[in-house]
Design a protein around this ligand. Structure first.
Ligand SMILES: *Cc1c(COP(=O)(O)O)cnc(C)c1O
Length: 375
């Protein structure tokens, strides 16, 4: 019997998108402004319990705007988690600044607070200047130890950007990720827990950050009747048509989080003898955006190929930024944790449209592969 391909994390429409997108088209708001954008921003603000949300063209542009709003520029250093997708770090370079990478801790896979502390002190010693900002990532939806990280950042008076691109619906101490520090960002790319096909958002409780982000997003227009510019701005606006998708997707966010968590629990229960899974530390509630499992080093690619034979997509965990050729010159404060996660971590199909019989089939293939390779 031939099964259709299974992807890692495909979009999952609710059905309501037809109605909201139609409404946007009927109203002729086919523009990067419009009522759906306002509705989407307001809906997000309510879910996050955050004062200001500014929708952007992508998560990457949201990070770029967040850094600019904090004054990051030429000659600055910005500390960033090394275990992440490149989009967390690329905007540092767009600003003309230099990334400094910090490794992960074992129990969240996110930025290690002790290493962060050591890195800041060492940068001050070496450069005579403290880093301009810190980018904390909540990877795969798992909350970083944000209270400890905020405490250190506060001690040095350095602002934090929370990259919650993968973590909409996740909470720490019952508070939404992205709302713990100066500024947070989200992504609505096609692979994320809800999607607008492409898009992002900046969230903040500081009105000066929000208005700076909005101003830079909209080409840095001065508030006068003609077009007057005193600074270089960007066109990072979000389309009203895509916001219509977002408005429909927001309604099913809670369901999507519940299903991702079910999928994670299914894998964990079925494969606890074969693979290792990350449990939630105290106070952490993960949306389990992707289920990531750890397997013996050297076997990850074999497992990926075995699943691919059955048209099932899986992927090795993110390759840390300090191992990327493009960031070879960046300072790095390490402990080997992210290297090990890269060598042993595999992301399993986690899309919310997966059925339990899909999961059963995937689990059977993995069990068989692990058994064959342990003989
Ligand atoms: C997806 C992602 C981004 C970037 O979002 P885009 O909308 O794709 O630009 C940033 N950081 C992390 C950790 C991501 O997974």
């Amino acid at each position: 019997m031939s099964h259709p391909p299974i992807y890692l994390s495909p979009p999952h429409l609710s059905g309501a998108e037809f109605e909201t997108v139609n409404e946007a088209l009927r109203s002729n708001w086919v523009a990067p402004v419009g009522p759906m954008v306002n509705q989407f921003e307001a809906g997000l603000a309510e879910i996050l319990k955050c004062h200001y949300v500014v929708a952007t063209s992508s998560g990457t542009s949201a990070i770029h705007l967040a850094l600019l709003s904090l004054g990051v520029g030429h000659g600055d250093e910005v500390v960033c988690a090394t275990f992440t997708f490149c989009a967390s770090a690329n905007p540092i370079v767009y600003c003309g600044a230099r990334p400094v990478f910090v490794d992960s801790e074992r129990d969240t896979w996110n930025m290690d607070p002790e290493l962060l502390h050591a890195a800041i002190e060492d940068r001050i010693r070496k450069t005579g200047k403290k880093p301009k900002a810190i980018i904390v990532v909540h990877l795969y939806g798992m909350p970083a130890k944000i209270d400890a990280l905020v405490k250190i950042a506060t001690q040095f008076d350095i602002p934090i950007v929370e990259d919650a691109a993968e973590a909409l619906g996740s909470r720490y101490d019952d508070r939404a990720l992205g709302t713990f520090a100066e500024v947070g960002i989200l992504s609505f790319n096609g692979n994320k827990i809800i999607t607008t096909s492409g898009g992002g958002a900046v969230c903040t409780s500081q009105i000066n950050v929000a208005s700076r982000v909005r101003y830079l997003r909209d080409d840095a227009k001065q508030p006068v009747p003609h077009y007057e510019h005193t600074e270089i701005g960007y066109n990072y606006r979000f389309s009203n048509i895509l916001a219509a998708l977002g408005c429909a997707q927001l309604r099913v966010l809670a369901e999507r989080v519940a299903r991702r968590r079910e999928i994670f629990n299914y894998y964990r229960q079925a494969l606890s003898n074969q693979l290792e899974f990350l449990t939630e530390p105290p106070k952490a509630f993960s949306n389990r955006w992707l289920t990531v499992a750890l397997h013996a080093p050297g076997n990850i690619e074999g497992l990926r190929l075995e699943l691919a034979k059955h048209k099932i997509e899986s992927r090795q965990a993110w390759k840390p930024m300090h191992l990327q050729p493009v960031f070879a010159d960046a300072p790095y404060y390490g402990n080997g944790v992210s290297d090990a996660l890269f060598q042993t971590g595999i992301c399993l199909p986690s899309g919310t449209a997966l059925t339990n019989s899909d999961l059963e089939r995937i689990v059977t293939i993995i069990r068989q592969y692990v058994y064959e390779n342990s003989k």
